[in-house]
Write a protein that binds this ligand. Structure first.
Ligand SMILES: NC(=O)c1ccc[n+]([C@@H]2O[C@H](COP(=O)([O-])OP(=O)(O)OC[C@H]3O[C@@H](n4cnc5c(N)ncnc54)[C@H](O)[C@@H]3O)[C@@H](O)[C@H]2O)c1
Length: 359
């Protein structure tokens, strides 16, 4: 078991990486001690709700918890309407400010649950139990919560740190292949940012045990950056590498109803943003290697379909906008300490032209 801590205002957020041998149920129960059972709620989606059934092979059914609220699975439900339903449920079941919310699911559940927890009665405590690779290495950690507004990704959100994040790779046994790929998109980002593993290591098969080490390294890297800049006003922006283009692809996908995972969009975003920031021959070499890894890991078909339209209008909604430019994160390369580079929306849209040509 490995533990990392981030202090944010009055909250000490603990991120715990559990090994395969640890029983996840008893771990969650440790956090229920300070909360009366009927005040604790599990939030899950229509897929992760199955972990509470008799034959799931995971013993969450026995969890002594007051209530469970199930939201429909999928990015299209990460919106304010779902939040309203969650909040109405809290209110109707008389949850108090001492209530504890336990989010069991991927990034959609932790983003929704974290947001609901941050606004209900001006804030209640919550813990994240991530069940996808993507949420274990990224979404469940760092206190960013939020929902989409219309098709605009994460337009509404708060910083509200979880009391704890309990990471148990055993959940990954049932994860569909495409969702493994999605997690690998964020792992590609960590690899290029210098988290201490190579893109080749990510390309290994889908074995939960084999990924324990990469999960731990990614969590250590993210918590280090978040601890330095919890509210995303400086160095934390580097974690958005690939996300300006990635989020624009996701927004366009939501608009035209093409299924794409977050990691697929981010991986294509990484390629495009590397191209935009390419400034030396050495970088060209890294770019070629990354493009090679991209093609090993991802089917470019969904991105190609999205690029038949024009995702560039979504760039203007990017949260890193400053004046008429957007601060694009720069990967640390060749000793450089530059963290962001200001580009106009038109310059960034060049990235889509590059993707149309090379994916
Ligand atoms: N807050 C943050 O810092 C942050 C960081 C990165 C991404 N995100 C957000 O996270 C979201 C993506 O998260 P995600 O990739 O986990 O998607 P997700 O939550 O939609 O999960 C993907 C699918 O896998 C299913 N699933 C979850 N766990 C499973 C399991 N163990 N076995 C079988 N099926 C399972 C889900 O029901 C869903 O259908 C996006 O909305 C993105 O914006 C947030």
């Amino acid at each position: 078991m490995t533990s990392f801590t981030v202090n944010f205002k009055s909250v000490q957020s603990q991120i715990i990486h559990c090994t395969e041998s640890i029983e996840i149920r008893s771990f969650i129960e440790r956090y229920l001690i300070n909360s009366s059972t009927d005040q604790a709620t599990v939030l899950c989606d229509t897929n992760t709700g199955l972990f509470f059934s008799e034959n799931s092979g995971i013993n969450l059914k026995e969890l002594q918890i007051g209530s469970r609220f199930i939201v429909p699975a999928g990015e299209e439900h990460k919106n304010i309407f779902t939040i309203t339903k969650v909040l109405e449920f809290f209110s109707q079941s008389m949850k108090t400010r001492d209530s504890l919310l336990v989010n069991v699911g991927g990034g959609v559940v932790s983003d929704l649950g974290g947001f609901a927890a941050s606004v209900y009665k001006r804030g209640i405590r919550y813990i994240n139990v991530p069940t996808t690779l993507l949420s274990m290495v990224d979404a469940a950690i760092g206190g960013k919560t939020g929902v989409n507004l219309g098709h605009i990704k994460n337009q509404i959100g708060t910083f509200h740190f979880p009391l704890a994040v309990l990471i148990w790779p055993g959940f990954l046994k049932t994860l569909p292949e495409r969702e493994w790929g999605s997690g690998k998109g964020e792992l590609l980002k960590y690899s290029l940012l210098g988290a201490g593993f190579s893109p080749e290591e990510i390309a290994a098969g889908n074995d939960p045990d084999a990924f324990g080490q990469l999960i731990r390294k990614s969590v250590a890297f993210k918590t280090k950056i978040v601890a330095m800049d919890p509210e995303d006003s400086g160095i934390r922006m580097i974690l958005n590498f690939g996300h300006t283009i990635g989020h624009a692809l996701e927004s366009e996908a939501l608009r035209i109803n093409i299924p794409i995972t977050h990691g697929e969009a981010v991986a294509a975003g990484i390629i495009a943003e590397m191209h935009l920031l390419q400034h030396s021959e050495l970088m060209e070499d890294l770019m070629e290697k990354t493009l090679h890894t991209y093609h090993r890991l991802f089917d470019p078909a969904p991105v190609r379909n999205i690029l038949e339209g024009d995702p560039s209008e979504w760039i203007l909604h990017d949260k890193k906008g400053k004046g008429n430019t957007i601060l694009l994160p720069v990967i640390p390369f060749n000793g450089s300490s530059i963290q962001t580079c200001p580009l106009t929306a038109d310059q960034i849209a060049e990235g889509f032209t590059f993707l149309r040509r090379y994916l």
